[in-house]
Design a protein around this ligand. Sequence first.
Ligand SMILES: C[S@@+](CC[C@H](N)C(=O)[O-])C[C@H]1O[C@@H](n2cnc3c(N)ncnc32)[C@H](O)[C@@H]1O
Length: 493
Amino acid sequence: MTTANKLYYGNNLEVLRNYIKDETIDLCYIDPPFNSKRNYNMIYNNIGKEDRAQSQAFVDTWEWDNAAMQGYEELLNPENKLYPLQTRILIEGLQKILGKGSLFAYIVHITLRVAEIHRVLKKTGSFYLHCDPTASHYLKLVLDAIFCPQGGEYRNEIVWCYTGPGSPNMRQFNRKHDTIFWYSKGDNWTFNKERILMPYKDGKPHAGGFIEKNGGRLDPEDYQKGKVPETWWTDIAIVARSVKERLGYPTQKPEKLLERIINASSNEGDTVLDAYCSCGTTVSVAQKLNRRWIGIDITFQSISLILKRLENTHGKEVVKNTELNGVPKDLESAKALALKADDKTRKEFEKWSILTYSNNRAYINEKKGADGGIDGRAFIYESEKVTKQVIISVKSGHVNVAHVRDLCHVVDREGAVGGILITLENPSKPMMQEAKEAGTYTNPLTGQIMDKISIVTVDEMIKGSRMILPTSPVEVVKSAQKNVNDTQTGIEF
Ligand SMILES: C[S@@+](CC[C@H](N)C(=O)[O-])C[C@H]1O[C@@H](n2cnc3c(N)ncnc32)[C@H](O)[C@@H]1O
């Protein structure tokens, strides 16, 4: 039986709890937000106005809010067998030291997820947590408190070193490394050292038949085979601006990094999980290395980016064979998405509507000041060099004729050639009438005539209605490179 790879659009805690069964995962790698106290933007392909071509990708600011409070209570509940006694004691202790603030909210968030990840790992499974020195010292305590009392073990702390500019005016050393903790769930774990050996760079043959190296002697055969990499990795560069692999997603991790981890700690046909998968580095590398995979992300931008990355890199079949969960497929689930109001999923309904209706050809607008009423922008061509805007406005609540008038006003104010109102509620007759009275626009390049103001319901969109405009053939999300060696379309097990 071929089991599909799975991509979940949703909160990883809910997905882990409701959909991922006990002891089904061979390897889990996560690269959660680092508690950097920043919000990260995604950079789009430049079509039309360059300075607008980005939008918020994810939020890395933490508050002691309802979710944190509820999570904290769950962690302290002695009835809940998911959390070993040591975890409860640790969490109580950390609360006393850190207080109930931003850092502790972040630790509660991660602890809840790591406990679930521990549950879903097979007994032979491995867990890699990628973080940085902001919170790594606390996170290691959390990992110890979850894994070690249950027979697991700390295996390595990998220091991934990279370089970058360091201003001569800095008053401290230039922070240029991340930390990756590796834990095994039991005392039997996968480590395919032969897949990750590195060549020795130094060493010279000695008359005694061995290789003389700085710091020791080696058998020539061992020297030929190469060495198991040290726990500090300096041979993998960050995904810099000029690198082809780059997709414009902030915090994108290099494929080489994931290749080393997946090769070392899993085998072909194994299942790899990334519960914070953003632009999909883990799942794309897992696909390339013939692993099965599960990816989870809370933002629709990530999900659409991953689908595009998979299609570009591995072909359409791979996307067809991917089970996509959590993306609204009917009006009810679209309404549920619109009702999500917490900080991290705020605007998800708008983002999903715009990217879906435009087939990834419109930008999400991060509203700033005078941008009120504009949720997205599409750029259409009037000639090879001239682009014009179409404004997109999304409404999840009650709509009336004033919304159509407002959109007409914004279209005129912005010098745009048209406006699209995407609405969850059905438009009234006066709304349709007002839209019709706004007239039409004729594209000089294609001769296409379109209503200046069009109204689309979410229901129509779910049934397949899409924006048909002379937009760029290029999607706003950047293309990934094709994986030339890839022949895999699904894994048998
Ligand atoms: C630092 S990025 C991961 C980068 C990734 N390793 C890569 O190479 O592309 C963190 C991701 O976690 C996602 N995220 C944050 N909280 C989440 C949650 N509760 N559930 C699922 N995904 C979440 C964010 O949307 C973001 O895409």
